[in-house]
Design a protein around this ligand. Structure first.
Ligand SMILES: [Zn+2]
Length: 670
């Protein structure tokens, strides 16, 4: 706007004259922040100047009032919106009988979707931007340790309005996300139709696996198939590689009417039928059968996500790329540090040691699909059926579990008083699905524990999940109800709440009065986590490099993006995996579906593993789980490194995971 510069100068001098030189820095910053988000539709020069004149809080008392009012009112709007959302999803989330078509609409409706837009329109967002500082991640990292809790709360308040993305841009991001999500959700392989050269079928009729989740989980399950496991795993690897390289015949995707040899890439009309009412892939008896490759659709969908995300860049001044928004805003750990942590993990001398242990357990050299080795899973002292019987007897209904919560919390190490307080803040509901935790967003509301109870009573799996979700509820209660400032409620990101929930879940057997997990069981679990983190850290590096490549080549075609992704996958494999797998140029790291539809989400997984180990080590060291849990959860949503330093003495990093792995290796000898 041509008038903006002059208006800014005019109103700045006016306010400095009124409030004094001492307020100059705040005035200049506030006016600049407002100007950077102001649009023509917000008003002309006189409206702009009048807004600034009226809403600048030039003395501490006014600023305090403003801050407190926002804290209170934001809690009210977040809290009540959350309540509406929870009530609207009730029929879908809970075990309450049939879901009607309109229930789905209620469940999909988000009453808070337009709040930020509304706050810019009525200028409450500008009032915040005029009075409180927008910060970069670098500033939060460099100066955050010196800030008071109130300063942190002000920073978080301003951050709510650090972006003003136009509705049409948000819509095109949502559309791209829905389209790539649909592509991924329908990408099934009909396993009985995978054939070798002699026409043999390794997989059972009717088995339909979604890429990549089900394919990967089938590889994991095949370790227990002594007869055909290895052949199955090799076949799935071949399928995955053809998906990444897009040499997969288009006709075999989600189509049980053709047989496919993934090694030779031959396709024939299906010689057997293993489904009566499956999709036909649009095929009729007259359709020609060809092995024409999928036309790079995988990469076209990813490009769609990229092009849509990029449209938001100009409206996000403190994080002007999707990459920056993911690392600087969502994770709040700089990308460079995340990369270093992953590289430290990937190049750890423990990797070849664990690899050797796996080879000795498998009694064969590693093959690339062994990045999904799952043979460290400990076998417990009790069978699943025994555990089911114990749990069923103890918890015939959700009500019985609810009644037992105070007792469970005391067993975990909370005082009787704390246990009662927490139990009073948790409502137990019967879940339709496997269970989840839903925290409140205002202090007068309660957290909800959704737990699955079968007809005959709760089974062990349901109990194990309920204990995990109860961990979430306890974190949610402390980090909301015991917090000093509302805008600091919560934890830094989901990895933290997951880690805290896993602490609870790890004690589930003791809560049933059964033997504690022994050192060997813990060691096996640690090795399983380490190998999982090693695998997913490479996948995450591919995801990161691919997004950088797209930003460097904004006009790329799907074919070019495919070539780049293949090269990136090979490079990362060759650097961190080839030395232990003794095979080069493998593209498996590019198979994850999240890469196509989740907008740079994958780095969250390895970070989550690291955080979980840091928190667990600290719990072990401190001994007093109850007090320690409360102390940690009350830190609130400051940046992860600061939270972790307060909680454990060190910033987020892989050291705890590596230390535990070193210990585990000593415990488990080949
Ligand atoms: Zn969880």
């Amino acid at each position: 706007m041509p008038w903006m510069k002059e208006s800014m100068q005019k109103i700045e001098s006016e306010l400095i004259a009124k409030y004094g030189e001492g307020q100059r820095a705040r005035i200049e910053r506030g006016v600049r922040q407002v100007a950077s988000f102001w649009r023509a539709e917000d008003g002309d020069a006189s409206i702009f100047e009048d807004f600034v004149r009226t809403n600048f809080a030039g003395d501490q008392a006014t600023l305090d009032t403003l801050f407190e009012r926002f804290e209170h009112n934001l809690e009210m709007i977040d809290g009540h919106m959350q309540e509406i959302g929870r009530e609207f999803r009730q029929q879908s989330d809970l075990d309450l009988g049939p879901i009607m078509p309109f229930d789905d609409v209620f469940a999909g409706y988000d009453p808070s979707a337009h709040v930020t837009d509304d706050f810019f329109q009525n200028k409450l967002a500008f009032t915040v931007l005029l009075n409180f500082p927008l910060t970069t991640l670098q500033e939060r990292l460099n100066e955050g340790e010196k800030w008071s809790r109130r300063q942190w709360a002000e920073v978080r308040l301003a951050q709510r309005f650090s972006k003003r993305i136009p509705a049409d841009v948000n819509l095109s991001i949502a559309q791209a996300s829905a389209e790539s999500g649909r592509y991924i959700a329908e990408y099934n392989i009909w396993m009985h139709h995978l054939v070798d050269e002699k026409g043999n079928r390794l997989f059972a009729p009717g088995l339909r696996l979604l890429s990549h989740w089900n394919l990967r989980d089938e590889i994991k399950a095949d370790y227990s198939d002594a007869q055909n496991g290895l052949a199955k795993q090799r076949t799935i690897q071949q399928v995955m590689e053809r998906i990444v390289t897009q040499t997969i015949p288009a006709i075999v995707v989600n189509n049980p009417n053709v047989d496919w040899n993934p090694f030779t890439n031959d396709v024939k009309r299906a010689a057997v039928t293993d489904n009566t009412n499956a999709l036909t892939g649009g095929m009729t008896n007259l359709s020609p059968i060809t092995n024409a490759p999928e036309p790079n659709t995988r990469y076209a969908k990813l490009l769609l996500d990229f092009q849509a995300s990029r449209k938001a860049d100009p409206y996000s001044p403190t994080a002007p790329t999707l990459i920056a928004r993911r690392f600087d805003e969502d994770r709040e750990i700089p990308e460079e540090r995340v990369k270093q942590m992953f590289e430290q993990l990937l190049s750890s001398p423990l990797v070849p040691q664990v690899a050797k242990l796996i080879e000795s357990r498998l009694q064969r050299p590693l093959e690339p699909f062994d990045i999904w080795y799952n043979g460290f899973r400990p076998r417990g002292a009790y069978t699943e059926a025994q555990l089911d019987a114990i749990v069923q007897k103890k918890y015939p209904t959700a009500e019985a579990y609810k009644k037992d919560i105070p007792n469970l919390l005391v067993q975990l190490g909370f005082t009787k008083e704390r246990a009662e307080y927490l139990a009073n803040n948790i409502i137990v509901d019967p879940a339709r699905g496997s269970g989840h935790a839903m925290g409140a967003s205002m202090r007068e509301a309660k957290a909800h524990l959704r737990t699955r109870v079968e007809k005959g009573g709760m089974n062990y799996k349901g109990f194990n999940i309920a204990v995990h979700e109860m961990g979430h509820n306890v974190e949610q209660t402390f980090s909301l109800n015991q917090i000093d400032y509302y805008t600091l409620q919560g934890v830094p990101n989901t990895a933290f709440t997951e880690a805290l929930a896993f602490v609870f879940q790890g004690h589930d057997l003791e809560l049933l009065g059964l033997a504690k997990r022994d050192a060997k069981t813990r060691a096996l679990k640690t090795l399983d986590d380490f190998w999982g983190a090693y695998e997913i850290a490479g996948v995450a590096l591919v995801d990161m490099a691919v997004w950088h490549w797209m930003y460097d080549h904004p006009a790329a075609t799907p074919a070019e993006l495919k070539d780049a992704t293949i090269q990136i996958s090979k490079d990362i494999w060759n650097k961190y995996y080839a030395p232990v797998f003794k095979k080069r140029d493998v593209v498996l790291l590019g198979i994850y579906s999240h890469m196509i539809d989740s907008f740079l989400y994958l780095p969250d997984y390895p970070i989550g593993h690291m955080i979980a180990f840091q928190i667990e080590e600290q719990m072990d060291k401190a001994g007093n789980l109850g007090a320690e849990f409360e102390r940690m959860a009350k830190e609130g949503s400051v940046i992860p490194d600061l939270w972790m330093k307060k909680a454990t003495g060190a910033p987020v990093g892989p050291e705890a995971l590596l230390t535990a792995t070193g210990r585990a290796l000593k415990e488990i000898t080949p």
